[in-house]
Design a protein around this ligand. Sequence first.
Ligand SMILES: CC(=O)N[C@H]1[C@@H](OP(=O)(O)OP(=O)(O)OC[C@H]2O[C@@H](n3ccc(=O)[nH]c3=O)[C@H](O)[C@@H]2O)O[C@H](CO)[C@@H](O)[C@@H]1O[C@H](C)C(=O)N[C@@H](C)C(=O)N[C@H](CCC(=O)O)C(=O)O
Ligand SMILES: Nc1ncnc2c1ncn2[C@@H]1O[C@H](COP(=O)(O)OP(=O)(O)OP(=O)(O)O)[C@@H](O)[C@H]1O
Ligand SMILES: N[C@H](CCC[C@H](N)C(=O)O)C(=O)O
Ligand SMILES: [Mg+2]
Length: 485
Amino acid sequence: MRMKLNKLLEGIQYRSIGPFDNPTIKSLQFDSRKVEDGALFVAINGVETDGHLFIDKAIERGACVVLCEKVDKPKENVLYIQVNDSAQVLGELASRFYGAPSQKLKLVGITGTNGKTTTVSLLYDLFTQLGYTVGLISTVENKIGTEVIPSTHTTPDVITLNQLLVKMNDAGCEYAFMEVSSHAVDQKRIAGIHFEGAVFSNITHDHLDYHKTFKNYIYAKKGFFDALPKTAFALTNLDDKRGEVMLQNTAAKKVTYALRQMADYKAKVIENNLTGLVLDLDGEAFFARLVGGFNAYNLLAVYGTARLLGADKLEVLAVMSNLRAPEGRFDYIQNEKEGIVGIVDYAHTPDALEKVLQTIDKLRTGNEQIITVVGCGGDRDKNKRPLMAKVACDYSQQTLLTSDNPRTEEPEAILLDMEQGVPPYAVRKTLIIADRRQAIRTACRLANRGDIVLIAGKGHEKYQEINGVKYPFDDKEELRNALNE
Ligand SMILES: CC(=O)N[C@H]1[C@@H](OP(=O)(O)OP(=O)(O)OC[C@H]2O[C@@H](n3ccc(=O)[nH]c3=O)[C@H](O)[C@@H]2O)O[C@H](CO)[C@@H](O)[C@@H]1O[C@H](C)C(=O)N[C@@H](C)C(=O)N[C@H](CCC(=O)O)C(=O)O
Ligand SMILES: Nc1ncnc2c1ncn2[C@@H]1O[C@H](COP(=O)(O)OP(=O)(O)OP(=O)(O)O)[C@@H](O)[C@H]1O
Ligand SMILES: N[C@H](CCC[C@H](N)C(=O)O)C(=O)O
Ligand SMILES: [Mg+2]
């Protein structure tokens, strides 16, 4: 792919400094370390550092144009394109450079604290089984039809995103479903992307390390809806306190779903057990293999999206009935011999943990114990640590606080933060074991016939990240081994 600079900049407000000899741009790049000859380098002021500091490095590596917000000491013979918001402009240029791939398929984005991966992967499976070629962009994996591409972020940077969409176009994808994280909205990773629809699941405590206040976090998510075109639909969960706020300033068609009040798409939970959910969904009796009342919301979001995309009601319900949750979401292992149930779940927020523990609590029929193993990630929201510990203690007969991905933090320091949330009455039933493998083993040793062991926080992850190194670690495998010991 290549494009003349004047064509790339059509409609963009800018000031040029240096010789405008209209070069051919061979690539777009925002990381100086990856610049190749003929690239247009975009300097972005980031969270850790400022891309403007690496302009000279990018030029040394062959960048022929620099797009930036400020030009301190322009070099002779270098062309600088000065704009107000380089991340936003990068998004617009990326779309143009890659041939507007988001406009060549129907792309729906899901935002919300919890339920994004579940919803997009259900939508991917649903539309695939309805006979379409589908794309998926998610925390767990990206998919181009059936080809799997590992994912590094919940929402990739805008260049990677456009490249994935081009692959989807080439593979003949008619639909694509993607997660839109609040970081991505804030950092303009979706700038210039055309959405057919947007879905809001919920907003509860998370990521305050990044957004600082809950209000900023809400506004980041709302930014996704504010930018939608009027041809799009905006589907929101009315039962969430902030569901309506998301739609306030959108030009898109406003559509709602709810369990607890009137909405365009409505459902009622009739039964909720370990085999699944029985719902009244849009007036039809419906059985789903997904466990947990919170999944009724994910199913409603899937159903509403499918209907808004024009799929037939009964066909949708028939396929949805056979869908399963993605890996690491209420994944359970039954140890028949000992009669113990082990559950692995990606709950890594106070709300998700509470929803999963409420679900497990409802499944108890007698004196079974709930034994929870949980940790919190390092270099992430510290405020959620005591809250998660408290939720774990409130619902469990035994709690084992342990490490998640410590990243660059000391595991003991993270555990100290968590301990602040252990209520006085729960101190005696709480163990602190920093080694996650040992914590899982201990939990299984403590379990008696009928007990339920929950391993929360890492779900599908196949590693534990410690000081920049990802060591192989799989909760499900660890749990299976521990249960069989
Ligand atoms: C805090 C955060 O979100 N950071 C993301 C952000 O980095 P940044 O722009 O702030 O980068 P920076 O290090 O400050 O550098 C600023 C600029 O200088 C450039 N640079 C830097 C060094 C250099 O030598 N040369 C150079 O040109 C960088 O390329 C960048 O353009 O933009 C990068 C490119 O898109 C991301 O890879 C990076 O994700 C980091 C690795 C990360 O861990 N992000 C997590 C928190 C995240 O994004 N999570 C969300 C939500 C998860 C969920 O709830 O599901 C996600 O979407 O995954
Ligand atoms: N609608 C929901 N409401 C509350 N909790 C949910 C909901 N759906 C799933 N969960 C819980 O949240 C966990 C994470 O779910 P999921 O991976 O679908 O969310 P996500 O929004 O993609 O998370 P991430 O921000 O990490 O990408 C699940 O394992 C489950 O415990
Ligand atoms: N997408 C989430 C993942 C958290 C998963 C948990 N295992 C952790 O490492 O904190 C985040 O970036 O906050
Ligand atoms: Mg996700």
